[in-house]
Design a protein around this ligand. Structure first.
Ligand code: ADP
Ligand code: MG
Length: 375
């Protein structure tokens, strides 16, 4: 997410228009912009005479912060002043909001996170184990953990994923639109393909019907790689039985096989884990336990022995909460105070490398402070 400081002007539509392009614009006074500029500063000087002196003041203090000017007209005198002040771009009326978003994205360029984001795949050992439930809720929790950044969920299936059902979302576009347009993938285009499913989480949905020609492995990889340049954290709900999809997981940071404590699922998890480890390397594949049940005949350690892989995280069984969330089309993770949403949150915190807040919010005390390492 690109953060913009917006100074001057009366145009209240700009913030909304930029937000659609995935840009967070916050208004500030000229002094505020100079003392604490965001990734990019936009000065709206329409209707003013010449360039305000604060622009060069900002550039003197923060030479690396890109500056964009919104002007009534591209007048030579203004352009010259802008050039002297070190302004990066001047956009004149009529202001095309989509174009403005592109300009901001471009000038923000090098200041964006250079490292690609992390991608977490979830793949069910069998249908119905709770993979989509986990993907939707981990993505939702990740969003709230990393705010003001946003998290992404990708439904990597060739048709009819369940995420809209779990979230009440009505996606207009799908991963097929991304795959068909890999030649024109940019931030603005990509942001238009996703649908918001939680306050800080977006979804790149599967299509309603399978594409006639199937999904191309190289192009899926390109889309996944591109997503990781836009979002720092992406959760991927991976279809179990589509060959091209199973061959396009190279970029995923970790692939979590979702298992439960049923015999047939455990057998299938064992095959799937072995296959994925063979293809992508041992360290990339991990196991999570869905609907965990202490009283089940097959214990967690039985599962681990049978699959030959330790369980990274367990999600408790909570039939009532899961059903209620599905009926409401609202992710469990958005409501606190139940064991299931707490476990999604803990997992998301782990993935994002965020320490959970201390129980009860108490300060650690002298001994805690003496022994606690600073990081
Ligand atoms: N932790 C859980 N506790 C209780 N029920 C769950 C849990 N996780 C999922 N379910 C239920 O199991 C069913 C299948 O879940 P889903 O996520 O669609 O599985 P999958 O994607 O693996 O097919 C849904 O009805 C869902 O509400
Ligand atoms: Mg599913």
């Amino acid at each position: 997410m690109i953060h913009v400081t917006l100074v001057g002007g009366q145009d209240r539509q700009i913030e909304d228009a930029l937000r659609i392009g995935g840009i967070d614009a916050v208004r500030a006074t000229a002094d505020g912009a100079v003392s604490k500029p965001a990734d990019v500063v936009v000065f709206d000087v329409r209707g003013q005479d010449g360039l305000p002196s604060v622009v060069s003041a900002l550039k003197r203090q923060h030479s690396d912060v890109p500056v964009v000017i919104l002007a009534s007209k591209l007048e030579p005198a203004l352009l010259l002043d802008a050039m002297r002040a070190g302004v990066n771009e001047v956009v004149a009326e009529p202001i095309d909001h989509e174009e403005l978003a592109r300009v901001i994205t471009r000038v923000a360029g090098s200041r964006l996170h250079a490292e690609p984001g992390r991608l977490y795949g979830f793949i069910g050992a069998k249908g119905g184990v709770g993979t989509t439930t986990i993907a939707v809720n981990v993505a939702t929790s990740l969003g709230s953990v990393i705010k003001p950044e946003r998290a992404l969920m990708i439904e990597l299936q060739n048709a009819a994923g369940d995420a809209p059902l779990f979230t009440g979302a009505e996606p207009r576009f799908s991963i097929v639109d991304a795959v068909d347009n890999t030649h024109r993938l940019d931030q603005v285009f990509f942001r238009n393909l996703v649908t918001q499913i939680a306050p800080a989480t977006d979804l790149l949905a599967s299509p309603e019907r399978p594409p006639a020609s199937g999904l191309d492995v190289q192009r899926i990889k390109q889309v996944i790689a591109f997503a990781s340049t836009v979002y720092k954290h992406t959760v991927v709900d991976v279809a179990r039985s589509d060959r091209s999809i199973l061959e396009s997981l190279d970029q995923l940071s970790t692939i979590y096989v979702v298992v439960n404590q049923e015999l047939a699922t455990v057998k299938s998890a064992s095959r799937m884990t072995a296959m994925l480890r063979d293809r992508y390397g041992r360290e990339k594949v991990a196991l999570v336990l869905s609907r965990s049940d202490r009283n089940a005949d097959i214990s967690q350690s039985d599962v681990e022995k049978a699959v030959g892989c330790s369980v990274t995280h367990t999600f408790p069984s909570n039939y009532r909460v899961a059903l209620q969330a599905l009926n409401k089309g609202r992710p469990v993770a958005l409501d606190n105070h139940n064991d299931l949403s707490a476990s999604f949150r803990r997992f998301a915190q782990q993935l994002a490398g965020v320490r959970p807040p201390r129980e009860g919010g108490k300060s650690p005390g002298l001994f805690g402070r003496l022994t606690h390492s600073r990081s």
